[in-house]
Design a protein around this ligand. Sequence first.
Ligand SMILES: Cc1cc2nc3c(=O)[nH]c(=O)nc-3n(C[C@H](O)[C@H](O)[C@H](O)COP(=O)(O)OP(=O)(O)OC[C@H]3O[C@@H](n4cnc5c(N)ncnc54)[C@H](O)[C@@H]3O)c2cc1C
Length: 398
Amino acid sequence: MNENLPSADSRKSATDYDVIIVGGGPVGLVLGCLLKQQGVRLRVLERRAEALGHSAAIGITPPSLQILGKLGLAEEFIEKGVRVRDCVVHGQSGRVGCVSFREIPHVHRFILALPQVSTVGILQRELGSEFFEAGCEVSEVWQGADHCRVRAGGRELTARFVVGCDGIRSRVRELIGVGAPGHVYDCHFAMGDFLDRSGFGDEARLFFTETGAVESFPLPGGRRRWIVQTDAPVEHPSAGFISELIRERTGLEVSAADQLNESAFTPRRWDSERYSEGRVILCGDAAHGMSPIGGQGMNTGFADAEFLAAVLGQDDALARLPAYESYRRKAARVATRRAEWGMGFGTWRGRVRCLVRDAVLKHVLCRGPVSRRLGSFYAMLTIPYNTLERVPGRGLGS
Ligand SMILES: Cc1cc2nc3c(=O)[nH]c(=O)nc-3n(C[C@H](O)[C@H](O)[C@H](O)COP(=O)(O)OP(=O)(O)OC[C@H]3O[C@@H](n4cnc5c(N)ncnc54)[C@H](O)[C@@H]3O)c2cc1C
């Protein structure tokens, strides 16, 4: 008999749910879908009442597609997204190389570009309204020896476990008194999605220039995301601001009239002191965060969710939470360091540094065996424990 998640009848009298997930972002939804598949009684409580308005994450890596495949969703994701097989890299001196995903050792030899709005939409539909409650903000969490209580929307619910998937400013993390020390980088970006008249097709393009970086990724529906490095934080990029920086740095004309939205961000990293406190667990951005440059945060969260779903399905889930923390923290730290390195290198400015970067890209990174390894690197295939199959004993053995 499962000790922590007892059979349906006995559970009903003990708690309202086996697991309450706070936050229906991409990570909370993947966790919810995986737990639903195991027959766990669960509820995802999401503060947001409206559909997501903006799309932060767009890059979905092959290990994440593998996880989505376990939910029977990989094909639908792939159909709705754009398969990015090549990332063409430009330096100050023009094209310096290409990172290709065409030969990476994985069944999915591409990075999928799909806006987070669509990711969340598919996952929410898959989870189903029976398990998902929108417009429901969690304000309090308490726990006893064998269950937790949550206050949400003026009522109280009980569960054997509560998982905070409530993002960077996690209320759950705050309520259990866990800090998340980190660092705000001195590096700023503005981004916008545009109608795509670039002619780049399904290629990603990176431009590393003396005056700052420009990144460009295809999106479904004939759109393209452009991200530009800025000198200082820009609260609301004015009309034409992004187009002007693209033109200055790359010579490309990307019309402001084709711009569909805009936002700005200053990357940061953070790492929670603990990933759980008793029966309250942190997952995804609530547990850790990294620079979005490199596109790994959501993907790291998906792997957290996969691991945690397997743990919560075990008889002795509580005893296995240290393994969850240990494996997932290692993975997140590697991803965070890589994001930091990639962003640092890509945002070097000034003539001399730019010449050095061009030379390193041309003669080392984008050539021969290193360039082939770079494909696996950016596809997150070389992140430790990127799927459960790569965890010794699948995280479930001793
Ligand atoms: C510009 C940008 C680009 C990015 N690009 C990529 C990329 O290409 N690939 C990638 O892997 N990652 C990317 N990321 C990172 C990615 O967006 C995050 O890692 C991801 O959103 C984390 O998912 P999450 O579900 O953990 O948290 P969130 O997406 O923050 O979701 C948390 C959810 O919890 C809800 N919530 C919060 N508090 C409460 C509460 N008290 N009660 C109930 N609900 C609550 C929120 O409404 C929200 O829906 C990018 C980030 C940015 C900023």
